[in-house]
Design a protein around this ligand. Sequence first.
Ligand code: NAI
Length: 260
Amino acid sequence: MAYTIDLSGRVALVTGASSGLGWQFAQVLARAGAAVALGGRRLDRLKELRAAIEAEGGDAHVVRLDVTETASISGAVAHVETEVGNIDILVNNAGISQSGPLADLRPEDFDRVFDTNARGAFFVAQAVARRMIARAQGAAPGTWAGGRIVNIASVAGLRAVSQLGAYAMSKAAVVHMTRVMAHEWGRYGINVNAICPGYIDTELNHGFWGTENGRRTRDALPRKRVGRAEDLDLVLLMLAAGQSHFINGAIVNADDGYAV
Ligand code: NAI
């Protein structure tokens, strides 16, 4: 028997959809049938992605979202729920990187990274979960399908990686945030899980792989290779699917064995 993941009738919000993993996650969810809200700051890029999804017969909507601004978060979530529908799936993907020795880390860089990766991810999830909780509380028994929150953490949040300073610490916060949310929101039918990708070639790090340092980093990986965005398709679909209702609080490594 063929096994399919069908997200028809579901509404998904992907943050940081204008490039890299977010771009790919949005396409994957749309191909599985979900209506996808593309959240981000670069509206031209988001419109380009919307056109690409529509060209494949999918349903996509652009929403301006800066995860460092709480007003932008509440406005974007309200906009999606009014214009597209109740959010069933959140992919908390927006993130920024920062590198350099810990001894040189400046308070402003620490704050910038935490504001996006940890604080931003938290308040987006909170805004979405508040609405999911309200719906769960108002639903007749057995009628609530449940929500899915997928936080994009990193292998750097699981094991020490040098020179990634505040980034690694912020991703460790995302890992634990996932567990706390799963623990507290599970009773409302909300499943919160995290994906910890290893190195994936995206806009975030593309320039690095061509450098001497990049080649050394790649050669030190277990299989001396860097992943592609599509290598995460299946793990994302699994965590977004209705069938994964028994998976809550999981931290899923997708790193080619780097964290072990
Ligand atoms: P990317 O730089 O292509 O994508 C990050 C996206 O987040 C961009 O579209 C950016 O505009 C958006 N973003 C940043 N700040 C934002 C803000 N304040 N509001 C809204 N959007 C904002 O990089 P990539 O690789 O696609 O990263 C996606 C996620 O995956 C990030 O959370 C990153 O930390 C994580 N990750 C990436 C890995 C990699 O090797 N590429 C490895 C592990 C985790």
